[in-house]
Design a protein around this ligand. Sequence first.
Ligand code: C2E
Ligand code: MG
Ligand code: MG
Length: 850
Amino acid sequence: MSDLSSNLNVHKKVSITVAVFITLAGIFTLSALGLYFDGFLKKSFLETTETRMRHAFQRVELNILGVEKSLLEGIVFIEKHEPTMASIDLINNYEDKNNYNTFLIDEEKKTIAEELLKRVRLSFNDDIALYNQRGELIAYVARGENGYALNIISHADGRTRLLRRHENEFEYHEHPLGGADRDLVALQHAALYAQKRIEQGSVVTYQYTERGLRLTSHLSLFYAQDGEAIAHIEMSRTIDPQYVAALSADLDMTLEVRKLNAGAEETPPSLFDAAALAGLKVVETELNYAGRMRIDSVDGPIIVDGRLERDVLVRTLAENRKHLVTWLIGLALLTLISVHYFIKWRLERPLGKLMAQIQKIEARDYSSSPPLNTDDELEVVSRSINQLAETVRERETSLQGSKRELEYLSNHDVLTHLPNRRYWDSQLESALESAASESQKLAMFFIDLDQFKQVNDTQGHNVGDALLAQVAARLKGHAPENHVLARIGGDEFNIIVNPVDGAEELEAIAEGYLNLFSTPFPVHGQEIGISASIGIAIYPMDGKDKVSLLKCADLAMYSAKEKGRNNYSFFSSDLSAQMKKRAEMSRAMKQAITDGNQFRLCYQPKICTLTGSIVSIEALIRWESPELGMVSPADFIPLAEEQGLIVPIGEWVLEKACRDFSRLVGMGINLQHVSVNVSNVQLSNYELMPKLLRILKDTGVAPKQLELEITESYIATNIQEAIQTLKQFRQMGIGLAVDDFGTGYSAMSYLQTLPVTRLKVDKAFVDGLPNDRNSVAIARAIISLAKSFGLQLTAEGVEHQGQLDFLVSEGCEEIQGYYYSKPLDFDDLVQYCRVEEVDNVVMLHSPEGA
Ligand code: C2E
Ligand code: MG
Ligand code: MG
C-alpha cells in the first residue's frame, strides 16, 4: 500500500521537476540573451563612437578647408585690382626711405590699407598684409579685440614708423613698432613655403601660435612669368580654442588642437588623408574613447584630439542591465505561473487519471476506463493502459485455466484420464481412516493385464497406449460409484471397494471386471484380445495400512497369474510363502543360467503308428537345481518368460537340441527332425532369427530337420505379426507345429492363413479318449481340421492302448506319449533308436516306468 501512495506522489514530483526545469531553462536563455545584447551594445557603441569621431574629424577638416578657401579667395583680388597694383608700383618705384615723401607715399599706403580692410572684413579673416618687392611690409590690417586696425609702415626723418588707425577712427597715430601689442604680421616678408609653389599660385600655410592654429594664405605678384616678384600679400585666420570649444559643443564631444608631444607619442595620420580618416581607429581607455589626427604646420605636426567620455556608455549599459534583470525576474515569475498552470492542466490532471487507471488494474478491476483525450503521448499511454488491463485480464483467465489443468494433471493420468496413483493414495488414506472410525471393511483390487508387455513389444507403444486407454474406458464404464478406480502403473489398475459385505460379493465384483476382457479390444483397426489378473486384499484382515494392503493385493495378483491368468485371487497367508518361493526360484534360475550345467535336455520320441518306428523327437528341458532339486518346466518356464530369462535359456535349448541332433545323424540315426518348444517371448525377440541361422550353420542341421513348437496364444495375441514371423521360418524350411492345440483361444479360423505345418493335439483331450464324448468330439474335430488344411498331426500324452487305438482309427498317425516312451536322456535315446533298428519291425514298446 505504501508503494501505491508513493506512486501517487510521483507525478507531483514530476510536475515540480518539469516546472523547475522550464523556469531554469527560461532564465538561462534570457541571461544568455542579455549577455549577448550587452556585448552587442558595447560593440555597437564602439562602432557608433568611431563613426561619430570620424564625423567630427570630417567637420574639423571641412571647417579648415573652408577657412583655407576664404583665405585664398580673400587675396586673389589683388591681381586684378588696378588701383592697388598701381599703388604698389608707385611705392616700389618712388619710395625712398631717406627722402620719404610722406604725403604721397603714406597716402598711397593708406589707400592700400583701406582696400586691405575691405578685403579682410569681407572674408571674415583676422589679418591681411602687403609687402613690396623688397619684402618690406607696406601695410596691413589686423583684428583686435574691438575690431580691425589699419596699419601702414612709414619712413620719416630717417626712421621707420608704424601708423595705425582703428577702423572707426579717422586719424592714423603712431604706434610702437616693437610693442607687445604688435600684431603677428612680420615687418619683413618671410617665405614659409617653397618659392616654386607660390610662383604657381596662392598657397596656405599652418602655424602653431599661442592663440591657436594660424592659417595663412600667400600670393606673390609678378610682372612677367619668370620675373622678380613685385609684391607679396598674405591673409591669416587663427582657429582659436573658443572656436574649437564651440565646435566641440556642436558635436557633443571634446576636440582639442595642440602641438605633438614629440618623442612621447606617435604621429597620427593626416587629417587631410581621406583613407586614413575613413579607417580611423578609436582607442578605448578607462575614461573615454579617443581618436587623433595630424595637421602639418611650419612648426611641426599639430594634433587634433577627439574624445568621447565613456561614462555615457557605462551609464547606458548599467541601465540596460537593470532593465534586463527586471525583465528576467518578471519573465521568470510569468514562466513559473504559466508553467504551474500548464503542468496542472496538461500533466498533473492527466497523470492523476493515469494513476487511477493503474490503481484499477491493481485492484483487479480490468474494465476499460474512458481514455484521456489530451491528444498527446499521455492519451496514447492511457489507451495502452486500457489495453494492458485487457491483456492482464486474459492472462489471469488463462492462468486460472492452466492452474485447473495443472491440478487435473497432478491427479490424473494423461493417457487414460483415470485418477493417478497420487490421487488414489490420498483417496485410500481417507477411505482407510473412515473405515477405521466406522469399523467397516474395505477391499483393494489389484488388476494387472496379462502379457501386456508382449503387446507393447510386438505392436509398438502406440498400440499399447491405445489398448490401455480402451481398457481404462471399459473399467471406468463398469465401475459403480463406490469403486475408486485409478491407473497406478503401466498396465496396473487399482480399485478401492468401500464398503464390503463379504467374500461372495467380492468374487462377483472380480468376475464382473474379468468379464470386461472377454471381448477383444478394437485398436487401430484390429482386434486385440487381452486378459487380466486380479489380486484382492481386504482391510483390516490382510493389512491395516496402505503399504501392507497394497503388498497383499499385489501378491494375490501374482497368485492369480499363476493360476493360469485371466483369474482372480484373494490374498491368503500362504501366498506370501509362495511368492517367497517364486523369488527364490527366480534367483536360482539366474544362477543356473550363469552356471550353465544345471540344465539338460531330454528327448521324447514321436512314433509313426504305421511303421511303429521313431520318426522324430521333442526336446524337453530339465532343470536340476542344487537348492531346489528337480524343477518342472511347467513351474519355471512361466517365471522365465515373465522375467525375460527364457531368451538365454531358449537359445541354449535350440543350440543343444541341434547339436544333439547332428550327433544322432553322426551316429547313423536318421530321424526326420527334432522339435524345440519356443516361447512367445522368444518369438517376439527380433534376435531369434539371426541366432537360429547361426545355430543351424554351426551344427550343420538342415532347416527342415528342425521343428519349432509354438503356442496358440502367440498366434492369438497378434495374428498379423505372427503370420509375418512364422512365414520367415517357413521360407527357411523350418517346420512349425502348434503345440497344445485346442486349449487356447479358438484360432481355428486362422489356420488357413497360418504358415504352420503341424498340429499337436493336447494331452487334455487325449486323456478323455476314447470314452469321454467331449474329448472324442474335439479330437475328431482337430484331426479333420488338420486333414482338410493338409497339416501334419501329432497326438501327445498317449498313455494306453485305448487312446492309441482310437487315434489310429481316426487317422492320427503320429503318437507321442508315455505309451511309447517317456522323455529320454541322450544316451537312452540312442539306445532306444538302436533297439528299434535291431527289431526293425512294428513293435509295441512298453512305456518307460509304466
Ligand atoms: P509340451 O510341449 O506340451 O510337452 C509335453 C509335455 O507332456 C512334457 O512335459 C512331457 O513330459 C509330457 N508328456 C508327454 N507324454 C506324456 C504322457 O503320456 N503322460 C503325461 N502325463 N505326460 C506326458 P514336460 O517335459 O514337463 O514339459 C512341460 C511343458 O513345458 C511342455 O509342454 C512345454 O510347453 C514346456 N517346455 C518343456 N521344455 C521346454 C523348452 O525347452 N522350452 C520351452 N519353451 N518350453 C518347454
Ligand atoms: Mg511341446
Ligand atoms: Mg504339449
